[in-house]
Design a protein around this ligand. Structure first.
Ligand SMILES: [Zn+2]
Length: 466
């Protein structure tokens, strides 16, 4: 089997228990045994955990992890406010500012402790907001366990960030300590890998092979569920450790973990790499579009009469390319970067028509606002009238194609794919036991849809650059 046919696979560990120091030893042997088997893991580390290692003098744990790939798993994980709770009442831009303020010290400390940059952020629980991907994109990092994906594509660009979808295979947490449980889980995982191998996948792809939460290997329950469930936020001196398995079971845990490592090493369909290797492989994007390509995109937009993205350009990028082609036509245009609007575009009159010249004339103002703010405007003023961004998108495509007068759909707010993305977020977010019940997700979901102006599939560098 050639390398191209094998499934790019990252072995992921979530390292997050900031209560029980015993979990440090579990991390150490998990990382060392993995390395002994010649396997590279991807360890998602909570910032406060790294600071505790430094304070406790656990250089051995830090050095063991440095033989693998290390990413961020937030500063406080389940201590409230979580990522979602921070973003809940804010638009995308305000959410980015709040997360930066909440997490940048923890991230900087962790990078200092490891002496290297963290390659990205891995979702904590189900906690997510579009802003956390925005923040990682702004910092040139990737995002793991993303809720955002497209049919057949489990690695996608969103909010300027390369996002790797989260629904993985594996999760050996509560199985290593007992042979029968482990064997059942391993057989199930082998079937799931077989099934994954048969699925139809396009473009950039990964198999998120979730190994375990080291803390949950040695404890009978989650460290955070016993302290922070349903919004509970006791002060640090009241944090209590989860119940632990007897130490006498550790040899059994290690024995079964070795069997998992042997299965992984022996499976020739899996190409096991660190997550950072996949980020490098997939972070290429088309640097420009030719005028002919822009015209082709305009034809598709005009034909479908909705907010469209393509394999290589997000809807926001296409809109700015159309603006550039209308304002200053050239042979080719650099790929623009922009976030989606921060508020829902207004509904436009369904019978409205505009002179092509007026629509084209407004293009420069759209470009200027995008360049000045980094965001697309929700609406565009065309000869004194305000029209919604998606309406303008279609009308501008018609104008580029030489039609006159031009029109657009009255209520095109974002690409139609935004609805499935928002539904996935709405399904996942309340499922985490740490989140309070009955969170009002309406603003976060609308901000999620609006940033779908930045959504497109990712591809390998070879597919992008030839
Ligand atoms: Zn976690």
């Amino acid at each position: 089997m050639t390398a191209a046919e094998r499934i790019p696979t990252a072995l992921c560990f979530d390292v997050e228990d900031i209560v029980a120091p015993q979990s440090d030893d579990a991390i150490l042997w998990l990382a060392e045994i993995l390395h002994e088997h010649g396997l590279t893991g991807s360890f998602m580390v909570v910032g406060e955990k790294a600071r505790l290692w430094e304070r406790r003098g656990r250089r051995d744990v830090i050095e063991a992890l440095k033989k693998h790939h290390v990413a961020y798993h937030s500063t406080w994980h389940s201590v409230h406010p979580t990522t979602t709770e921070i973003c809940l009442d804010k638009d995308f831009a305000a959410g980015m500012n709040a997360l930066r303020e909440w997490d940048q010290q923890g991230m900087a400390d962790t990078e200092r402790i490891f002496g290297r940059p963290l390659i990205g952020w891995a979702r904590t629980g189900t906690s997510w907001g579009p802003s956390v991907m925005g923040l990682m994109g702004e910092m040139g990092r990737a995002y793991a366990y993303s809720h955002v994906y497209l049919p057949g594509h489990n690695v996608c660009w969103y909010a300027g960030c390369l996002g790797f979808q989260g629904e993985g295979i594996g999760g050996f947490d509560a199985t290593f300590y007992e042979d029968a449980l482990f064997e059942k889980k391993l057989a199930q995982v082998q079937r799931e890998v077989d099934d994954f191998d048969k699925t139809d996948r396009r473009g950039a792809q990964w198999l998120c092979f979730f190994m375990c939460h080291p803390t949950r290997v040695i404890h009978t329950e989650f460290w955070d569920a016993v302290n922070f469930a349903k919004g509970a936020n006791p002060p640090r001196e009241q944090w209590k450790p989860a119940n632990r398995h007897p130490d006498a079971l550790i040899p059994t845990m290690q024995n079964n973990y070795r069997r998992l490592c042997e299965y992984l090493r022996g499976n020739d369909r899996l190409e096991i790499v660190g997550w950072g290797e996949l980020i490098r492989r997939y972070d290429g994007q088309r640097p420009f579009a030719t005028h002919a390509q822009v015209e082709e995109m305009a034809r598709r937009v005009a034909q479908e009469r909705q907010v469209v993205f393509t394999d290589h350009f997000s809807a926001g990028e296409i809109l700015l390319l159309l603006c550039r082609a209308a304002a200053t036509p050239q042979e080719r245009y650099p790929r623009p970067t922009v976030y989606g609007p921060l508020s829902t575009p207004p509904v436009s009159s369904s019978s409205a028509e505009w002179a092509a010249r007026d629509i084209k004339e407004a293009a420069r103002a759209v470009e200027e606002e995008a360049a000045r703010t980094g965001y697309l405007p929700a609406s565009v003023t065309v000869s004194g009238r305000t029209i919604g961004l998606g309406t303008y998108f279609v009308a501008l495509a018609e104008a580029i194609l030489g039609r006159d007068p031009v029109s657009g759909p009255s209520d095109a707010f974002y690409p139609p794919a935004a609805e499935a993305v928002a539904q996935e977020v709405a399904r996942a977010l309340p499922q985490w036991v740490i989140h309070p019940e009955n969170m009002d997700l309406s603003l976060l979901l609308e901000q999620t849809r609006l940033q779908c102006w930045t959504l497109k599939p990712a591809w390998s560098r070879e597919a992008v650059f030839g």
